[in-house]
Design a protein. Sequence first.
Lengths: 108, 119
Amino acid sequence: SYVLTQPPSVSVAPGKTATITCGGDTIGSKSVHWYQQRPGQAPVLVIYYDSDRPSGIPERFSGSNSGNTATLTISRVEAGDEADYYCQVWDSGSDYYIFGTGTQVTVL
Amino acid sequence: QVQLLESGPGLVKPSETLSLTCIVSGGSMSSNYWSWIRQPPGKGLEWIGYIYYSGSTNSNPSLKSRVTISADTSKNQLSLKLSSVSAADTAVYYCVRHLMATVQIFDYWGQGTLVTVSS
């Protein structure tokens, strides 16, 4: 089965840039979506189709996808960005949804 | 704005059937996919299955034999039944709408409801 691997944790100082990776076999050939889950809350879509932002999501959130790695970048990190982040793909062949292992972002 | 509200028993005994309901407000169920996703305490997200407004369904192969998803579009309501539960099914269960006109993106999530499997 298809596996998406994320680093368990990322720490970043306020105002700096956080980079969260999502590794998967030829993930660049798939569309990747990213979700933010603050403590005790439901996930929120922050990036879809690799790099598109839903309305209401700050421009500080951006995404890219190539080869075997997709990346979510959070620029000018704020305390409110502290959350778990999950990548997700859809396997069209089997009509099945896969989530990454999740990355906890800590703002120092 | 679409709102999703899950409800159901917070405690289910092992081997019994977990039953949850999701009420959709602020929008129609038409032309959309609707999924159930769960998250065990302290762990990651797992897709359970979806239903299209027309009634077609699909579910996670690891759960397929135990999952039933249904919808009553006249009541803007969808349901999840998971049979023969065990402690491994303890989780927060989310009702989720897929982004309009797409199958692969989840854009609105309910607040989630915690279901504990224990005798």
